[in-house]
Ligand binder design. Structure first.
Ligand code: PHE
Length: 498
């Protein structure tokens, strides 16, 4: 290739040289890169315009340009026609196009008189260069250079008219031999360079004479996208591993849940605002499910009068029908309380990282479908301090070392708190999780005698902070480019796991 370039002594396109040396364009491009790196050629990118007739242009090339037909009609009529008549002859669309061009070129004028509006021929063009262009393009597409110079303006002007002439841009790469190449001794170019040591090279002894080409380890290669976990799933996996490391077992529960488990069993009164439609998704079909019959009475009593807990309850009439409603669970606490009802003896140490649903307006920090991190610990001697320590340790393992607690409120815990973490780089506090000790009004109806530490909070906002992003929707956008570009080890590195 270098030899061919040197011999020709002028810039050649990839296509041209491919023809000369009998190789495909891909091989030429590769070789060009090599020569460029050696300073033997310069590669210049040029744009070439190709013109061809559009749909409208094909019609014009048969019937004539609208402005030509307008002139013809005027001539036939003796140089003047009523605007209305002319429009009827040409059709409204073509007339509009024709009159605007004919006036712009000074061929016609519009005159108003008491008899009406008239179009008058001022001077008849002999030749319209646009017509010649149409004729030329009728033969097939043409490159700009193939169009006679005096017609190029007309061609460009036609290209501005919708669907008349279409211009396509083709990129071509020109290789220019540099001084270095031109001065290079021909014998060097004669030298045979091989990229692979073959059996025949060895057998013939030819290998002694050939030159082995060096590998260019900086040559660009096509990007390879290895499969990997979605960034959110990567975080979920890390969280699950942390829980397991801390001695927890994973539990899962249904996405379609009874209001009973989501709210009632958690001592959330039936008129609580969170239960309303604008916060919670209710199922239309089936509308209701069956309650765990042995728990109906104790839960009803605890809501109405506190049962045997010493509490006075919420003091209203508890409705079984309301509790039987089916919803999409609004928190994973529905799942932990379900589990607790079946596991009443200590020790219990379980977690879940799972999907929940809320009737939210979607924006940069809200989704209607997201995940919560949740867990409970039940033991004979567990305390609120244990809970704080556990949460602190959990988030420290996620790289959040500066965690603080502040008092909070949930209908099902007492005391209740909320954990926040300080984000050094953003200089802000991030809300992590709600927590507390389940109230007797929650545990007693289930027959649980020991203290239960409970916590739950969002996953996605934590993910935003850990990935340093500012819009929660990117996790669900299925933007392959984003997913591909996200290094699979980024999170582990940030958290300090690797
Ligand atoms: N369920 C609460 C929420 O969705 C979090 C929580 C869980 C609070 C367990 C206390 C105990 O925000």
């Amino acid at each position: 290739m270098a030899k061919a370039l040197k011999k020709q002594g002028r810039p050649l396109s990839f296509d041209e040289i491919a023809k000369i040396i009998g190789k495909d364009v891909g091989a030429v491009a590769k070789a060009a890169l090599w020569l460029k790196n050696k300073g033997l050629i310069e590669v210049e990118e040029k744009e070439k315009k190709i013109f061809k007739l559009g749909e409208e242009g094909k019609i014009y090339s048969e019937k004539g340009l609208p402005e030509r037909r307008l002139i013809d009609e005027l001539e036939k009529a003796g140089g003047m026609l009523k605007l209305e008549d002319l429009r009827n002859k040409l059709g409204a669309k073509e007339f509009n196009i024709a009159i605007s061009w004919a006036r712009r070129k000074g061929w016609v004028t519009i005159e108003k008189s008491p008899e009406g509006v008239f179009v008058k021929l001022l001077n008849k063009p002999q030749e319209i260069p646009e017509e010649k262009v149409l004729n030329l393009l009728k033969e097939g597409e043409k490159k700009l250079e193939e169009i006679p110079e005096e017609l190029r303006d007309a061609c460009l002007s036609l290209a501005t008219r919708p669907n008349v002439v279409e211009a396509e841009v083709e990129k071509i790469h020109l290789m220019k031999p540099t001084e270095k190449l031109l001065k290079l001794d021909d014998s060097i170019l004669e030298e045979r360079e091989v990229t692979r040591l073959t059996q025949s090279l060895i057998a013939s002894g030819e290998w002694r004479k050939v030159k082995f080409s060096k590998f260019d380890i900086y040559a660009p290669t096509p990007p390879v996208f290895a499969s990997k976990r979605h960034p959110l799933r990567e975080l979920i996996k890390i969280i699950k591993e942390i829980f397991v490391e801390m001695g927890f077992e994973e539990i899962r529960g249904p996405l379609v849940e009874l209001a009973f488990w989501n709210f009632d069993a958690l001592f959330q009164p039936q008129d609580h605002p969170a239960r309303e439609m604008h916060d919670t998704f209710y199922l239309a079909e089936p509308e209701r499910g069956d309650l765990p019959s042995h728990l109906v009475k104790p839960v009803k009593e605890v809501h109405e009068n506190g049962g045997d807990t010493g509490s006075i309850g919420w003091r209203y009439k508890w409705s079984e029908e309301e509790a039987r409603k089916l919803i999409l669970r609004t928190h994973t606490t529905a799942t932990t309380i379900r589990y607790l009802a079946d596991h009443r003896e200590p020790p219990v140490k379980v977690f879940s990282v799972d999907r929940i649903y809320r009737n939210e307006r979607i924006d940069w920090k809200h989704l209607a479908e997201f995940h919560q991190i949740e867990g409970i610990v039940m033991g004979e001697n567990v305390s609120f301090r244990d809970l704080l320590g556990l949460i602190k340790e959990f988030y420290a393992k996620l790289g959040l070392k500066n965690v603080r607690f502040r008092p909070s409120y949930f209908p099902y815990t007492e005391p209740s708190a909320e954990a926040v973490a300080y984000l050094e780089d953003k200089k802000t506090w991030l809300e992590l999780i709600g927590m507390g000790i389940f109230r007797p009004e929650v545990t007693r109806p289930l027959g649980v005698k020991h203290r239960v530490l409970a916590w739950g909070g969002g996953l996605e906002r934590l993910a935003l902070a850990l990935y340093d992003l500012d819009d929660i929707r990117v996790f669900y956008g299925n933007d392959l480019n984003w997913i591909r570009r996200m290094p699979s080890t980024l999170l582990k590195r940030r958290i300090g796991l690797i």
